[in-house]
Design a protein around this ligand. Structure first.
Ligand SMILES: [Zn+2]
Ligand SMILES: [Zn+2]
Length: 374
């Protein structure tokens, strides 16, 4: 099966024609159709799956014209991808040859350009190791071509396993799996390893499945974006109450910080975990510096600092009276602040994320492909 032929010395592609025009083209006796491989006469055909392709009118004697024994389904998926790219204004080329600046050659199954954008889409039918995919991806990257991979999976089970090696993916490696549910319409190919964002959950991602054409359309219009799971910053705010200074000579009222609250940013969504709050006693220096510089003046409390307490017999990060600098001991803080009418919560500030929640095998670069609504 060939995707293209020369019609009156111009290259045409089967996927550029809708059904009606394809039939008209088949009836066209005035034009000359030649195979691009050898220049011999071509005829127009349609496969059982609906692939519109070109074939030698007379079976070729040399093996150079063979299409390499790809399955009809593999060819059909490539055909659907090219058709969708063409429909979205991309100039598609089949089996485009190129080379890296170092002269390493590559051949792209499906290559397309639109403006300055150059992309390749590889439909991988037989299993390919992660290392091999990385190697080929690197060549495309060096050549300024963005490549996405569609890896075939033969079953629902394999669908998730197939990208197992790629589970800890980074932005450099857009890998998806494609699967056809044989019980459904035979033309339905579905792409997995895309996610949708939920904003009201501790687990903000929801895996979704997209029909092949819809997936391609969204992929090439940048609506499927790589999003890092972890952010370099966390968010924090403070709970503050008013308390009378115990020092009789002062007698003033001062604000004291009772607790720190944290929000994690996961896949770009701010998540406030239940009970994600801490007393200030063991607050580390980085956070201490951040809250003292960004919140102390705005909310009128004395900068927090490590102080020695005779009552406790040791030192800890403590509040001080803003008037007389007396230690406002932690043992005198009421934790029933919800009933305290003076209780306020500050606005949020950014603090460095030390990556406490990063799971095994993941890093700050780890992420997922997310479908964005615009
Ligand atoms: Zn040929
Ligand atoms: Zn005081």
């Amino acid at each position: 099966m060939a995707f293209s032929c020369n019609k009156d010395n111009q290259t045409i592609y089967g996927f550029q024609y809708d059904l009606k025009d394809w039939i008209t083209l088949k009836e066209n006796k005035a034009s000359v159709f030649e195979m691009t491989c050898c220049g011999n006469q071509a005829i127009l055909k349609t496969s059982k799956l609906g692939t519109q392709f070109f074939a030698h009118k007379v079976k070729p004697k040399t093996s150079e014209c063979s299409t390499g024994g790809e399955s009809a389904e593999h060819i059909h998926i490539k055909y659907l991808v090219m058709k969708e790219l063409d429909r979205n204004g991309w100039a598609v080329e089949v089996e485009k040859r190129g080379a890296t600046p170092n002269g390493e050659e590559w051949i792209a199954d499906i290559y397309a350009e639109k403006g300055k954008a150059k992309i390749a889409i590889e439909v991988q039918w037989s299993p390919q190791t992660f290392i091999e995919t990385s190697r080929r991806q690197e060549k495309y990257a060096q050549s300024g071509v963005r490549c996405a991979w569609l890896l075939r999976s033969g079953s629902m089970k394999a669908r998730d396993a197939i990208v197992g090696d790629y589970a800890y993916s980074t932005k450099d490696m857009p890998v998806f799996s494609i699967y056809k549910n044989k019980k459904q319409d035979e033309h339905t190919y579905v792409v997995y390893n895309v996610n949708k964002l939920k904003t009201n959950s501790y687990d903000p991602l929801e895996p979704i499945a997209l029909e092949l054409e819809y997936f391609i359309k969204n992929l090439v219009s940048s609506r499927i974006k790589f999003t890092k799971k972890y952010s370099l910053v966390k968010r924090m705010y403070l709970e503050i109450i008013k308390q009378n200074c115990w020092n009789k000579r002062c007698g003033g009222t001062t604000k004291i910080v009772t607790r720190m609250y944290f929000k994690e940013i996961v896949f770009g969504v701010e998540i406030e975990y239940l009970f994600q709050s801490e007393a200030i006693d063991d607050c580390d220096d980085q956070i201490l510096e951040a809250l003292n510089t960004q919140l102390a003046r705005a909310y009128n409390f004395a900068p927090l600092r490590r102080r020695y307490s005779k009552t406790v017999g040791g030192s800890y990060v403590a509040n001080s009276c803003i008037h007389c600098d007396a230690l406002m001991g932690k043992n005198f803080i009421s934790y029933y602040n919800d009933k305290n009418p003076s209780m306020i919560k500050t606005h949020c500030i950014d603090i460095p994320n030390k990556g406490d929640l990063i799971e095994q095998g993941e890093s700050f670069e780890f992420g997922k492909w997310i479908m964005r609504d615009r």
